[in-house]
Design a protein around this ligand. Structure first.
Ligand SMILES: [Zn+2]
Ligand SMILES: [Zn+2]
Length: 143
């Protein structure tokens, strides 16, 4: 897994009421098959991540937070419903990769929580798969 070098990248929800930029390295994209990600996205999630201080939400008038577990909350647009962020009580934040404007320059690096994947699709792209989270998903990447 690698931190992709990036200059500045922007993203938004579908209706544009939430706009953000990231000025700093982004993690490679992880696909998460956990039940929460399935329910919130309607399928599974593709997410990159950045350091909290590298994310600037320039327009947050419709940004709402839902505490989805004891350890994290999810940011979404109250108008259009776009799923945007997953924020653990930590120093980084995950960003739904599809909300980034293209080109992202990112690559996917693996699948996590595959034991919770639904039964109507196969994981067959050859990327590494992990039961539970990838322990390297964030911490080691900061070095
Ligand atoms: Zn919106
Ligand atoms: Zn998940």
């Amino acid at each position: 897994m690698s931190m992709e070098p990036t200059t500045k990248i922007s993203g938004s929800c579908l209706c544009g009421a939430v706009q953000y930029t990231v000025s700093g390295p982004l993690r490679s994209v992880l696909y998460c098959h956990c039940e929460q990600c399935r329910k919130t996205s309607g399928h599974f999630v593709a997410a990159t991540a950045c350091s909290n201080e590298d994310l600037q939400v320039s327009d947050d008038r419709d940004l709402r937070w839902y505490r989805s577990s004891p350890m994290a909350e999810r940011g979404f647009c109250a108008t259009c419903g776009s799923s945007l962020f997953w924020r653990p009580d930590d120093n980084y934040i995950c960003i739904m990769a599809g909300s980034l404007d293209r080109p992202t320059g990112l690559q996917a690096s693996g699948h996590i929580f595959v034991e919770m994947a639904s039964d109507y699709y196969e994981i067959a792209d050859g990327l590494p798969t992990y039961e539970g989270g990838d322990p390297r998903a964030w911490a080691d990447e900061r070095e």
